[in-house]
Design a protein around this ligand. Structure first.
Ligand SMILES: *Cc1c(COP(=O)(O)O)cnc(C)c1O
Length: 373
């Protein structure tokens, strides 16, 4: 058989990302490709910046989208801000905090870890205790929404503590952006990164980032160039900045940026607060249904992420068999456990376009049938 066009099945995506992409976003993606320095495209990029400023609730000039997935946004924040002489305090309560630690280590900087329980929010007191004993610390990094466990940390309080100890903050908002309250300026976040494929419900492969004036100054005043040429934000900004001339840095993923533009526009039309409320309402419905099926949440109620529902797999139930049943019989994808929870938890995403009545009902009905078998 000769190789033929790839026609993917129509799945419902309720895992940890990518999430269901809205048809509006998919059709934006299919519009004609223009040059990445075409004046019309540059105008659209300026709108993407405005829409991202709205989504992040920031006036930061240094707000743009990195042409690569969330992990690249993470790496961009770390390699641009941190140099080998720095000390960075990293809070770890799941897989993505651990990745932050690796980023710091690869730069050759000193990392001090605040270890927390997986499935719980970061403990502000533990951060403060560590900062008291680490006067040389320059940065505090933490994950707002830990997708590996479903825990939501209090970013506002953690940033306040960091500021008291004169530290700049690096915040992972990959899963939080659009799904729960996030206020970059009000909370004083200095560097934040997200991803296109979680609560923005865009195609994967783009990472929105934003840097405060203070963080931008740190980047500008570096004594040594950023070790990564591709992620060097001082170069990328020359392409993304609106000051008349734009210079070629790399070829932007033109069509993916159409898709991001559309997904951010959908978010703006709905309104951030409405989007946060929708995620919470759908989560409440799903949580009631899951508990009626006898499934227990990993995270205590007041620390739960609405957009990522992590539940223990009941004793005697086969993880892989259930997920295969959902996929084969209902075209429904849910997430497996990650890290400490591999094999003993499911992660059910309600992200962006997926946070709808239809999806909640489908998931509960399909899981009920799977568990009964
Ligand atoms: C998904 C995710 C990432 C990584 O994003 P990719 O787009 O997969 O590179 C980082 N942090 C968190 C919290 C995530 O959920």
């Amino acid at each position: 058989m000769p190789i033929q066009s790839f026609i993917p099945p129509q799945r419902t995506l309720m895992g940890p990302g990518p999430s269901d992409v809205s048809p509006r976003v998919l059709s934006a993606l299919a519009r004609p490709t223009v040059g990445h320095l075409d004046p019309t495209f540059i105008g659209m990029m300026d709108e993407v910046k405005l829409l991202l400023q709205y989504a992040f609730q920031t006036k930061n000039t240094y707000t743009m989208a990195i042409s690569a997935p969330g992990s690249a946004g993470m790496e961009a924040c770390f390699v641009n801000l941190i140099t080998p002489n720095d000390t960075v305090v990293v809070c770890r309560n799941g897989v993505f905090g651990a990745r932050m630690i690796e980023n710091v280590q690869r730069i050759g900087a000193k990392v001090v870890v605040v270890d927390g329980t997986w499935g719980r929010a970061v403990d502000p007191q533990a951060l403060e205790d560590t900062l008291k004993q680490t006067p040389q610390a320059k940065f505090v990094a933490f994950v707002h929404a830990e997708t590996s466990t479903g825990a939501l940390s209090d970013a506002k309080v953690l940033c306040e503590i960091a500021r008291q100890y004169n530290c700049l903050t690096i915040v992972d908002a990959v899963t939080s952006l659009g799904g729960v309250e996030l206020k970059v300026d009000d909370w004083g976040i200095d560097a934040v990164y997200s991803g296109s494929q979680k609560c923005l419900s865009c195609v994967p492969g783009i990472s929105p980032v934003s840097f405060s004036e203070q963080a931008a100054a740190v980047i500008k005043n570096r004594a040594t160039p950023v070790q990564s040429w591709f992620l060097d934000q001082s170069l990328v900004m020359e392409y993304w900045s609106g000051q008349g001339k734009r210079s070629y840095h790399h070829t932007a993923p033109v069509n993916s940026l159409y898709a991001l533009h559309e997904s951010l526009l959908i978010l703006q039309n709905e309104g951030l607060e409405n989007s946060w409320a929708r995620h919470k309402n759908q989560h409440d419905k799903l949580a009631t249904g899951l508990q009626a099926l006898g499934l227990d949440f990993i995270v205590p109620e007041n620390e739960r992420l609405p957009q990522l529902n992590a539940v223990y797999i009941p004793k005697g139930i086969d993880d892989v068999q259930v997920r295969q049943f959902l996929l084969n019989e209902y075209n429904l994808e849910i997430g497996a456990g990650l890290g400490q929870f591999a094999g003993n938890a499911w992660r059910i995403g309600l992200m962006g376009y997926a946070a709808r009545n239809e999806n909640v009902l489908l998931c509960l009905a399909a899981l009920k049938e799977a568990l009964a078998q």
